[in-house]
Design a protein around this ligand. Structure first.
Ligand code: ATP
Ligand code: MG
Length: 399
């Protein structure tokens, strides 16, 4: 079947006025940006509906990409037909005929947005339904739970028929919620956290702390590859790469071993807050999940939050590892995340990190360090890279 358009529905945008316009415009922009470099298509919007005009492009290839556009609740490959009732019933039959597997029952749902159309919706349903029943001897009508719904929309700009409705990813269009700076490590959790934030309409930038030469070039490549996976959902991601070795070395020399992680994280927060301010991000986000490891207790979160005033979002805070892993498989970051490259934290992990750190003690131990100078130096030496949707070539000029 050669489809003419993809009809896009966006359920969650039950907003009014200016907000609604902004949401719709952002969604149009998202759809265009994921499709335009691959296909010659046109995107058009009209009274709460969005259409991708295919102009001969393959509907299934286009839909594969729409599955990654947040804000879309569902979409349907659709044909555009002449509005006369004989054409409508023939083309509707054609559509249902090529469904695989063959549906055992169906119903017809007509929406007549163009009230000048002479035949009422119920009558169109009856005419088309009868035609299908006559042509396909095995099929039955089921108005409650049909396997196929023949959707007919009669609108001023055209008459559209579709039989298939494919779920979109839901959420909000990327860009409507402002910018968030994601603390991106090479693990399983933080890419999932980033994805969940994008799902809520956030534009993402990422920050990564690396400890060259204790961590390898390959471990940084892995982080870039993870960021690249995330671009498929929201476009280009700016990645801020922070040299962290000096700070870690200073902490290890001057502070007690059981507080290494707490103090290290407090430095990560301070640096992230500064980078967020420079890039106009309104919040930070991390992949922490309550109780998952010793450093993710409430006491620990408190101790690290104390050094910043920007909000720290933790979308995974109440999720189990299994739930997080399921998402990471779904968004295709899992296989990369489990590659065994060392992380800056694993290299410096003490034998017995404190699980209930005391803010007062962390503060006391930090007096041995020139905190402001260390933070400023790391921020100044931070390098920004643009990770785009294009597959990456494995080269780096960082070292
Ligand atoms: P992940 O699977 O995301 O690595 P994790 O379970 O290993 O998380 P931690 O190592 O305790 O947990 O890190 C907690 C969070 O701190 C991470 O989810 C991430 O957001 C942030 N983080 C840790 N290491 C780094 C790093 N090197 N660069 C940037 N952010 C980091
Ligand atoms: Mg980790």
């Amino acid at each position: 079947m050669n489809y003419d358009v993809i009809l896009i529905r966006y359920g969650e945008l039950a907003l009014k006025g200016k907000n609604r316009d902004m949401f719709e415009e952002t969604l149009v922009r998202s759809v265009k940006s994921v499709l335009r470099s691959f296909f010659k298509i046109k995107v058009r919007r009209n009274y709460g509906r969005m259409y991708v005009e295919l102009h001969g492009e393959d509907a299934y290839e286009v839909m594969e990409r729409l599955k990654r556009v947040f804000g879309i609740s569902s979409f349907s490959p659709t044909i555009q037909v002449d509005p006369d009732i004989d054409t409508i019933k023939e083309r509707a039959l054609e559509l249902i005929r090529q469904m695989n597997p063959e549906p055992r029952n169906f119903r017809v749902v007509t929406r007549r947005a163009d009230k000048r159309y002479p035949i009422p919706s119920m009558e169109v349903n009856r005419i088309v339904g009868t035609h299908i029943l006559r042509a396909l001897p095995k099929i039955k009508v089921d108005v409650h739970e049909p396997e196929a719904i023949v959707n007919i929309e009669i609108r001023t700009e055209g008459t559209y028929i579709s039989c298939e409705t494919i779920p979109g990813p839901g959420g909000l269009p990327v860009g409507v919620s402002g910018k968030v700076l994601l603390l991106l490590s090479g693990g399983i959790d933080s890419p999932v956290a980033g994805w969940m934030m994008m799902k809520r309409g956030v534009t993402l930038e990422a920050i990564h702390f690396h400890s060259y030469p204790y961590t390898s070039e390959r471990s940084l490549e892995k982080v870039r590859d993870l960021a690249q996976k995330l671009t498929k959902w929201g476009g280009t991601i700016r990645l801020h790469v922070v040299p962290f070795t000096e700070i870690q070395t200073a902490i290890r020399e001057k502070c007690p071993e059981d507080y290494l992680i707490t103090i290290m994280r407090r430095f990560m927060m301070r640096i992230s807050e500064k980078v967020a301010a420079n890039t106009k991000a309104l919040a930070l986000a991390s992949g922490e999940s309550l109780g998952q490891v010793a450093s993710q207790t409430l006491e620990s979160m408190d101790a690290i939050n104390k050094v910043i005033s920007i909000p720290m979002l933790r979308p995974l805070v109440a999720m189990d590892k299994i739930e997080i892993t399921d998402i990471s498989r779904k968004i295709d970051t899992y296989d990369l995340s489990i590659l065994p490259y060392e992380d800056c934290c694993t290299v410096f992990t003490p034998k017995n990190p404190v699980t209930r750190p005391k803010v007062r003690l962390a503060e006391k131990f930090e007096t041995a360090l020139d905190v402001d100078a260390l933070v400023e130096d790391a921020v100044n030496r931070t390098v920004v890279e643009e990770i785009t949707t294009k597959p990456r070539e494995v080269v780096s000029d960082l070292f």
